[in-house]
Design a protein around this ligand. Structure first.
Ligand SMILES: C[S@@+](CC[C@H](N)C(=O)[O-])C[C@H]1O[C@@H](n2cnc3c(N)ncnc32)[C@H](O)[C@@H]1O
Length: 255
């Protein structure tokens, strides 16, 4: 059997992934000697690791101060010194100055936000990014294949059409996944996945996004959207995958 592309997140919530984020280069290439990169919701730090290998300075954050010692201690001293680990939680605890970063990564974090936290979080990301800086954001889409049978996508898109600036994607994720498992009708496959989610996402809602709504909210905050697309996310810990599962956004703060 092949190795899973994820593991239980020991430090924060959810799963953490083994594969670096798509468009990683866009985040890495936004690094300019004078300001660090920010990895927000870094989990076990797969992307922070890549940034250190690239030679960048990085601030790695999660809801609690991340402990990256599992791999960090094996890096040369210069790279160990190039990372600072701090606690930061969207949207209410972002302890950074305006324009502090040249590049921000927010990979697979937004779906953990509540509806009312989404716009304030976008505003905070905008505030701490320097003019000309790049934000790379990925998260789970409302079109995620595994929940196709639940009608989630249509429901969320109807809501967006009625009220484009109101975020209403928050759902009881475990309940939706259980519904989808029932429709899939193969407990041998779905039971272990449901059990893992119960442990890793205990009592958590999930916020499912329509990419066009995220883009509008980000434009409203001042961002220029360079990429807004959906694609595959084979690392999501579910039993079926589609080509619209993940939202990827690359946005710039105007100079
Ligand atoms: C699915 S993991 C992704 C980890 C990493 N970015 C990656 O791509 O492997 C999501 C991470 O976001 C963190 N997180 C959840 N809600 C957050 C919030 N409101 N602010 C900051 N981080 C948050 C979780 O603790 C977790 O480490």
């Amino acid at each position: 059997m092949s190795e899973p592309l994820y593991e239980r997140n020991q430090l924060g919530v959810g799963f953490t992934f083994h594969n670096p984020v798509i468009y990683l280069d866009r985040w890495l290439n936004s690094w300019k000697d004078d300001k660090p990169l920010l990895d927000i919701g870094c989990g076990h730090g797969v992307n922070t690791h890549a940034a250190l290998m690239h030679g960048a300075q990085v601030i790695a954050t999660d809801m609690d101060k991340p402990d990256l010692s599992k791999w960090l201690n094996d890096l040369p001293e210069t790279q160990q010194k190039a990372v600072t680990c701090r606690a930061a939680k969207l949207p209410e605890n972002i302890p950074f100055a305006d324009n502090a970063f040249c590049g921000i990564l927010c990979a697979e974090v937004f779906h953990f936000l509540a509806n009312e936290e989404v716009t304030p979080s976008i505003n905070e990301l905008y505030r701490i990014l320097e003019p000309g800086g790049t934000l790379l954001l990925t998260c789970c889409s409302c079109d995620v294949d595994v929940l196709k049978t639940t009608g989630l996508s249509r429901e969320i898109r109807d809501g967006v059409r009625q009220s484009p600036l109101t975020v209403s994607g928050q759902r009881d994720y475990l309940n939706l996944l259980a519904q989808a498992a029932k429709a899939f009708n193969c407990p041998k496959i779905t039971d272990p996945v449901l059990a893992a989610h119960k442990i890793n996402i205990p009592g958590r809602d999930f916020c499912f996004f329509a990419p066009e709504q995220l883009a509008v909210l980000m434009k409203n905050a001042g961002f220029i959207i360079e990429v807004c697309e959906q694609g595959e996310a084979p690392h999501y810990p579910v039993w079926s995958h589609g080509d619209q599962d993940q939202i990827r956004i690359i946005a710039k703060k105007p100079v």
